[in-house]
Design a protein around this ligand. Sequence first.
Ligand code: UFG
Length: 333
Amino acid sequence: MAILVTGGAGYIGSHTCIELLKAGEDIVVMDNFYNSKPKAVELIKEISGKDFRFYEADMCSEADMEKIFSENDIEAVIHFAGYKAVAESVREPLKYYKNNLGGTFTVLEAMKKHGCKKIIFSSSATVYGMPEKVPVDETFPLSAINPYGETKLTIEDMLRAVCKADKDFSAALLRYFNPIGANECGKIGEDPNGIPNNLMPIIINVCTGKQEKLTVFGKDYPTPDGTCVRDYIHVVDLALGHLAALKYVRTETGAEPFNLGTGKGYSVLDIINTFERVNDIKIPYVIGERRPGDAAECYSVPDKAYKKLGWKAERGLEQMCRDAWNFVKNSGK
Ligand code: UFG
């Protein structure tokens, strides 16, 4: 039996595929390369030294999903595929509802038809909306402040309903905080198509001269240095969280949310200073206006994942910054 990885060529998906293969899992990977590149599939094979079946396929296509499920014996799905740009989701909400909700619906229908009852879902800390206090644990109230967040929250709701209706169904809802960094080998890392929106890819673009300078969004927040605080997590730690969740869905039933974070908050200036120091490079930046929708602070209580999944993040901020830059230097991005 195999694990189906949707969106397996993307940033978190590709790192997870490598760890699954290293752990001896049999995987089937699908991606439509909307925000990833075919090269990632080759790199996963090269780095892991293992082969697997790949489908260039769209999760919104019933025919594509039927083909994958009928040609393979799928035990569980790790569901990464989805659009993820917050600002774009505000401009084009229907695009997000159609792809993220419609695609997940199609995946779930195919699972139902083929008797597959285990799923690990890429949720996000965005389901906590603007948290009233920090650190955030899984019992905090859920809300969405943009269409992207609505799709994450609605998919969580869909999975809670599916698990309620079918007592044999198991769904791990993994609420990611801010993944950065890259595989230690330096061959694979974050490589988005188009203009990036997140802090680390923008820092990288400034360091490689693709962008003139970084704008720090606001320095008047009620935080120690005035800039926003987030829970940055090494992408390899995050990938390993999926292996722990796989073990969990194999033995447990029901829909269960887990924060995947380090539990430590770092400010935008902490990230800039650490990146500059460990990589011996200058990041030109200016202080700009606040970005609408940014919470002042968002970091996790990661204890539930440790207690129930036996997982915790091991890699620190210096390694995250070093590995992110190492990938760029190595791959000549
Ligand atoms: N930032 C800047 N300048 C930039 C880009 C970002 O100062 O050019 C700051 C942001 O204000 C924020 C921090 O860097 O304080 C991190 O921003 P990101 O855009 O990298 O990440 P977010 O915390 O905004 O978003 C992440 C995920 C989303 C998720 C959200 C809420 O990318 O998918 O967390 O949990 F929805």
